[in-house]
Design a binder for this molecule. Sequence first.
Ligand code: AMP
Ligand code: GLY
Length: 429
Amino acid sequence: MNILILGSGGREHAFAWKIAQSPKRTRLFVAPGNAGTAGIATNVNLSVNDFEGIKKLVLDQQIELVVVGPEDPLVNGIVDFFRNDRALKKVKIIGPDAAGAQLEGSKDFSKAFMNKYGIPTAFSHTFTPETLAEGLKYISENPGPYVLKADGLAAGKGVIITADPSEAQQTLKDMLEGGKFGKAGSKVLIEQFLKGIELSVFVLTDGTHYLLLPEAKDYKRIGEGDTGLNTGGMGAVSPVPFADAAFLAKVEERVVIPTLKGLQEEGIHYVGFLFIGLMNDGGDPYVIEYNVRMGDPETEVVMPRIKTDLVRIFNAAAKGTLDKIRLSVNPKYAVTSMVVAGGYPGHYKKGDVMEIPEADKDTVIFHAGTTLLDTATVTNGGRVIALTGMGRTLDSAIRKSQKMARKVKFKNRYYRKDIGQDLKEYVNK
Ligand code: AMP
Ligand code: GLY
C-alpha cells in the first residue's frame, strides 16, 4: 500500500518513522518532508495546500492512503477536495473535512459547539468590530485576568492574556480595528481565565468509534520555567503523571464522548485526530481548545509509545472499524526536547550546517526544520530537531533526551533544559 504524509515537521517525521516499521507498507512519500523523512521515505517538493499537485502525485504514484499532518490544508478543505473528486474519492484520507476542521479553524465555532453539547470550558463572549464598544465596557465591568483569543488560525499566536484592563482594551482595539492577526482577529473571544495545569489528550476517530491515544504535556514557552514568548512547543512528556485513571475517565465521559456525539449530531463525519487541550483544575477537566490534528512535538512522544501497527490503525480509521483495534501502549516514559534556532520564535537564521548524534536503543531523533544541502543537513526552520528519550522512569527519559539535545550542534542552537522537571513532584514515589 502506497502512503503519502503531508507536512514537514517533527510530527510528520514521527508518523513516517512509525509507518516505516509497518509490515504492510510498500512505498512511503512525504510532501514536502525534511532531511529526516528523506532517509526513510521519498520526499516530494509540494506545498500542503497545492491540492492539484497533490492529486497528480496521488494518481501518478497510486497512493491509497493520505495522512494530513498540519491543520491548514484541513481547514482549507483538502478532505472535501478528495471526496468531491471522481479520481480521488476512493483514496483513504486521515483528517476531518472543512466542517469538522472548524473546531480548530474558528474558536467562535468551537466555543458555541462546546456550549451546545455541555462540554466543560471557560465562559466567553464574542465581539466583532460592530460590538467593540460593548467589548470595552465588558472589560471595564469585569475583573481580570482577561484571555483574548482571535477567532481564526493565527499559528498559535492568537491568544493574549493580561491582568491589566487597559492593556486588554488596547489589545481588543488592535485586534478588531487595527487588523492585528489579520482576518483571524476580525472576531475576538474574551474568555474567563482558567486556573490549573495543562495537558493534552489525543483521540483518533473513524466517525463512530475512537481510540484514546497516550496523553502528553507540552512546553509552549521559549524560556525555562515557562517564561517568555509562546512557541509551537519546546518539548513534551508522555505519560503525564498527574493524569491518573480517574482524571482520564472524566475526560472521556465529559469531553471525548460528548464531543464525538456532538459532531455526529451536527452531521459532521469526522475521521482523523482530535487533539484536546485541557486544563486540569483540581481534578476536573476544562477544554482550552480543540485542534484537528496531532500536536507537534507531542507526536514525538506519543508515536514512540504506541506499539500497534500505525498502518493498521489508519486503515481501520478510514474504514470505520476502529472498534476492531486494541491499542497497545508502551508504559515507559517518553520525553522530547526540541532544539531551536537562536532568535526563535522571533527572527532566526536558516541554512546552518548541523552535526547530529547517532540515536541509540532508547532514543529517537525526529527532524523538524531541516533540509539537505548536497550531503549536509542544514537548518531550515525555527524548531529544528526533536530528541526523544525513553525510560522506565521520568528522570531517565529526561536524561536521555537532554543528553542527545546537548550533542546536536549548529550555530546559536538553543533548547530548554527543564523539560519534564515540573512533573517530578507528581510521580508516585
Ligand atoms: P490556545 O491557542 O487556545 O491553545 O491558547 C494558548 C495558551 O493560552 C494555552 O496553551 C493556555 O496556556 C493559555 N490559555 C488559553 N485559554 C486560556 C484560559 N481560558 N485560561 C487560562 N489560560 C488560557
Ligand atoms: N504543540 C502544540 C501544538 O501542536 O499545537
